[in-house]
Write a protein that binds this ligand. Sequence first.
Ligand code: ZN
Length: 240
Amino acid sequence: MRVAVLSDIHGNRPALDAILARLPSFDALWQLGDIVGYGPYPVEVIAQLERLGASGVRGNHDAAALGVIGTEWFNDDARTAVEWAARRLTEPAAAWLSTLPETRLHGAFTLVHGSPRDPTWEYVYTAPVARACFERFDTSHCLVGHTHVPLVFREAGGGVEMLAPRDGAVVQLDERRTILNPGSVGQPRDGDPRASAMMLDTDAGTATWYRAPYPIEETRQAMREARLPARLVDRLGHGL
Ligand code: ZN
């Protein structure tokens, strides 16, 4: 089975369209949360995911837009944007979003937004954090988002090795357990502004990363019209 794995789309419809056009055909789509927040198209992105039959989990921005968690831990720009998204959500969009759990299992994969020990908030950026997280899920592999950085953590002889997959990188999944991050569709933060995603081939046992350029100016213009914070508009062009 071929699975497209997307995370942190953040209401960026042009980025979502571009990465979907770039990916080879897939049998299923899994998303790792933060569908809304930051970007100007929360309802359109939810509608597209619903059309594609996406399965997945909710992120901290999704939970805040639904009022499930408060916004006191968000910085000012993030809070402004998530409150804007909350006002934009239609009833059907909010209903679909509210069905998403914090954790979901698909065969050998555990899906979370942040980490298996704190699905909403924890960032898995480093090998020591990943090492602690390996003890907190039971499947062979765990899919995480939240950092907006494509990363692989793999158990290796009692330790944990870390890889930073670039466009076209293929990681063979074998008996070593992994934590895999597809990067962010709608707001990449690894210095590359192109939309990022990952394809799993569960028969071949591979994970492959993809990047897609998208019309950033279209998203920026829609953000300006929505009066979303200028800093959020700027950062899309830097990929940081
Ligand atoms: Zn995010």
